[in-house]
Design a protein around this ligand. Structure first.
Ligand code: FMN
Length: 367
């Protein structure tokens, strides 16, 4: 395959097809209003991206409950007050020709108490003095994911992406290390995956037939077991419960270090699963046209672009114009990001990421 294959359309099980193979990875940028409503900076960022040539644009992690917040100025979708701003976002993405999705997120045991978050661990052992969620509380959060998806649909988004990665609540429940429950949400891998599957099933039942469901999965840390994750992914793909799987790798070329898949590429552990009509993509250091093209050869149907999208808002268009396109080298200066159109809030957020922004005339915005 060649870089030009990245520009072939890709049908999804539900709703319209992707016009090419580029998806924007979810990128929290801490520039919403304090109640999670989209700010002028969110709208500006989305409208820049909407002109960038992506097939599908996902928002950053959006809170499905106010108490599930992880970050200051995180995007929210937990109340109807968020609808007008979200509707504007969805409209801008559609006008630019891309499909749209909101990433649905709950921080679980890592909810930030300083921001009104209420830690919601799967187990009594995770946080000293904090009880595990009761079964009814798990059901309530499940229903909040489903209600948030309905809200995304009302706002005009083509779908949602369920955040099942990085130890946040759904990933936490999947982990035998963080989940020692004895109710139907703990114990066997089937039970630990039940929260995720009930969220997916509930969204499918509640939203229209064209509504698209993505699921983001990460495979490292938090006691996650690769063999189990592969098994549950095989089940989800076999039942065609989702439209696309997004493998959240930090490096798409990562090699498995131990266990039965030792020595294989992490990607191949998942691309080798029969996927029926479900599409599979991956994120992780996709910073050049060539690397994006290679991932199709390695079995991906599409690629997710994260940091390269922050460096250059129109990564897909750059690739289309130049099959040898390479992202600017990291780190970049705050002025480079400013000149590209990033807000001060976003630049401040990027300051936390190692080796992204050079020190220097860093302006810290405390608004
Ligand atoms: C600034 C920034 C914000 C991110 N926010 C989110 C997020 O809200 N949800 C999520 O699932 N991943 C998030 N990630 C992870 C990215 O989606 C992506 O998986 C990761 O950065 C690897 O891709 P890359 O190497 O292209 O950046 C974030 C990454 C960055 C750099």
């Amino acid at each position: 395959m060649s870089v030009s294959d990245l520009f072939k359309p890709l049908s999804l099980l539900h709703g319209p097809a992707m016009r090419n193979r580029f998806m924007l990875a979810p990128l929290t940028n801490q520039q919403s209003e304090r109640d999670g409503t989209p700010s002028e900076f969110d709208q500006d960022w989305i409208s820049q991206l909407s002109q960038g040539g992506y097939a599908l644009i996902t928002t950053g992690a959006a809170t499905v409950e106010a108490s599930g917040i992880a970050y200051g100025r995180q995007l929210g979708i937990h109340s109807d007050d968020h609808l007008p701003g979200l509707t504007q976002m969805a409209g801008a993405i559609r006008a630019g020709g891309a499909l749209s999705a909101v990433q649905l997120h709950h921080a679980g045991h890592r909810a930030n108490q300083g921001l009104g978050g209420i830690p919601a661990p799967a187990s009594d052992r995770t946080l000293p003095g904090i009880d595990a969620l009761t079964t009814e509380e798990v059901e309530r959060i499940r229903d909040s994911f489903i209600a948030a998806a309905k809200r995304a649909e009302q706002a005009g988004f083509d779908g949602i992406a369920i955040h099942g990665a990085f130890g946040w609540i759904l990933s936490e429940f999947m982990s035998p290390y963080l989940n020692d429950r004895t109710d139907r949400y703990g114990g066997s891998i089937e039970n630990r995956a039940r929260f995720t599957i009930e969220v997916i099933d509930g969204i499918r039942r509640t939203c229209g037939p064209d509504f698209q469901i993505g699921w983001r999965l990460s495979v490292e840390r938090y006691g996650l077991q690769l063999e189990e994750l592969r098994e549950i992914t095989a089940h989800i793909l076999d039942r065609e419960l989702i439209d696309y799987l997004d493998l959240a790798l930090w490096d798409s070329a990562q090699i498995v270090q131990d266990g039965v898949f030792r020595g294989q590429s992490m990607l191949s552990v998942f691309t080798s699963i029969p996927r029926r009509g479900v599409r599979v993509g991956a994120a992780g250091k996709i910073m050049s046209a060539q690397r994006a093209g290679q991932l199709l050869d390695e079995g991906c149907d599409f690629v997710l672009v994260g940091r390269a999208a922050i460096l250059q808002r129109d990564f897909p268009r750059q690739v289309q114009a130049d099959p040898c396109y390479d992202s600017p080298r990291l780190p970049v200066t705050p002025d480079y990001l400013r000149a590209g159109g990033l807000s001060e809030r976003f630049i401040t957020h990027m300051w936390r990421w190692s080796n992204f922004v050079t020190p220097g005339d860093m302006h810290i915005d405390h608004r």
